[in-house]
Ligand binder design. Structure first.
Ligand code: FES
Ligand SMILES: [Fe+2]
Length: 484
């Protein structure tokens, strides 16, 4: 196996089980409300606020009556509504939820197409937040001209409504030209789910390349023709002695990966997990982490998952997954149905959780899955891992090892980024349009490669995948830049 060359963030990480975090440091990393350091940082990025399909009346019949939703994001209560194309511009409006008259909840507002009206005293608000009418006031009152509810910029992309909760005088950044955000509607599918825990522990499971060998282990493999839309069940690219190996077998039989990571652009980190299969073959799993809370992983040979971990408040997180196909169109109905079996709308709340021990089954643990739950729902594995830690993990009690080095690097970067915001500087991945347009990919890969050629081998496989995607006009991978 090739010598591991330290690149980028590797240079500044020295894992040690003796390092412990102070309670104040844990608080700084995890709290995201207004005026907290991490909250100020998170407000520099577009955050998913809702799936567009949450406004689909076939999934939520209430939307046929009134396309208005309560949204909670970064500890703030908001109301999101679709502006009626017949009377407005057909886009979205996102306002603070407490009525500026006397504070009633505007998610119960009357919907008027070009605005919403508070049911308490009838004040009406435009999508801009401007108060348009105060009908209980005396005739000729000009009070409404002096009242404006705060409205937040929105952006619809890849089946998701994004919101920008940054300072009112700031310009929202551009979204990177990631595959997930530029794929055509036929080749993408967005979904989400609620976890009852802090955002950071939710994200840290995604940048932990060691856990799939244990948490997601199946004691037996399934036929490779039953794998559609299901993570780890499909085969890796390549063969071992003429055989296709399902990912479940690779993960199960090769438990201690060599983990490497490097910054390929400021705030974009490539993670490579190398699992030696035999004397001549190595399994290569390539994923990426995009600061502050996105990772990009393979679902299968031709589909990637771009997952964002969006803080609802300090103790709740929505994961948003963007599935992107580099082969044919995605079967969105099947993928949606697979996932809706395990959760309840409209909140996208998992059916299993702490209340029922996450459906733990000791017989399953003994005979079929390493964890003992989630035989048909791999998300439940991660959900248990992050929720069972407690609402906010007490990091003063943890003992990190070498396999946690990416997590340590991310926490370091998070601290640096919070310092940068406090100093008035621009944190990583807050992009201008030019930089964002150049940030393409990032690639993912699960492949079995010759041990002496793994680096070139996965890059060739990734290039072939991109070239086969007819919707990708430019197959240039993310360029390597100097480390952060
Ligand atoms: S509280 Fe909303 S109009 Fe009075
Ligand atoms: Fe996982």
């Amino acid at each position: 196996m090739q010598e591991c060359l330290p690149v980028g963030l590797n240079n500044r990480v020295s894992p040690s089980s003796t390092l412990t975090m102070q309670a104040e440091q844990n608080q700084r990393l995890t709290r995201i409300g207004p005026a907290t350091p991490c909250g100020e940082l998170m407000r520099r990025y577009w955050q998913p606020a809702a799936l567009v399909e949450e406004f689909d009346a076939t999934l939520d019949p209430r939307m046929a009556q009134r396309p208005v939703k309560a949204v909670r994001l970064l500890g703030q209560d908001l109301v999101l509504f679709r502006v009626d194309a017949a009377v407005g511009d057909g886009t979205w409006a996102l306002l603070d939820r407490d009525c500026p008259h006397r504070g009633a909840d505007l998610s119960f507002a009357r919907y008027e197409g070009d605005g919403i009206r508070c049911p308490f005293h009838g004040w009406k608000f435009a999508p801009s937040g401007q108060c348009l009418e105060t009908p209980a006031e005396p005739a000729g009152s000009t009070l409404c001209s002096r009242v404006r509810q705060r409205a937040y910029p929105t952006l619809e992309r890849a089946g998701v409504v994004f919101a920008y909760l940054g300072p009112e005088d700031s310009v929202p950044p551009a979204l990177p030209a990631f595959d997930a955000f530029i794929a055509p509607a036929s080749h993408r599918f967005a979904f989400k789910g609620l976890w009852h825990c802090n955002w950071l522990q939710a994200f840290e499971v995604g940048i932990d390349p060691a856990h799939p060998s244990f948490l997601h282990r199946y004691l037996e493999d399934e036929s490779l023709d039953q794998t559609y839309g299901r993570q780890f069940r499909a085969a890796s690219v390549g063969e071992v002695d003429g055989q296709r190996w399902p990912m479940t077998r690779v993960m199960r039989e090769c438990q201690s990966p060599e983990i490497r990571f490097e910054a390929v652009a400021p705030g974009l980190t490539r993670l490579t997990a190398l699992r030696r299969i035999n004397d001549v073959l190595t399994h290569v799993r390539v994923t990426h982490a995009a600061f502050p809370h996105t990772f990009v992983i393979p679902l299968s040979e031709t589909v990637t998952i771009t997952q964002m971990h969006v803080p609802v408040d300090d103790t709740h997180t929505y994961w948003y997954s963007f599935f992107t196909s580099f082969a044919g169109p995605l079967d969105q109905a099947t993928m949606r149905a697979q996932r809706l079996q395990h959760m309840t709308l409209p909140g996208y709340v998992p059916n299993n959780g702490r209340h029922n021990g996450w459906s733990f089954n000791p017989e399953q643990q003994r005979t079929r899955t390493y964890l003992g739950m989630g035989e048909e729902d791999i998300n439940l594995h991660d959900q248990w891992a992050v929720e069972s830690m407690g609402a906010i993990q007490d990091r003063t009690r943890e003992h990190l090892g070498q396999s946690d080095k990416v997590i340590m690097a991310h926490r370091r970067l998070l601290n640096q980024a919070m310092d940068a915001v406090a100093a008035g500087a621009v944190p990583p991945m807050v992009l201008d349009a030019t930089t964002a347009a150049a940030l393409q990919g990032p690639d993912t890969m699960d492949c079995i490669a010759p041990t002496d050629d793994w680096a070139a081998c996965w890059q060739r496989a990734a290039a072939a995948k991109r070239q086969a995607a007819d919707w990708l006009l430019d197959s240039t991978p993310v360029a390597t830049e100097p480390p952060l």
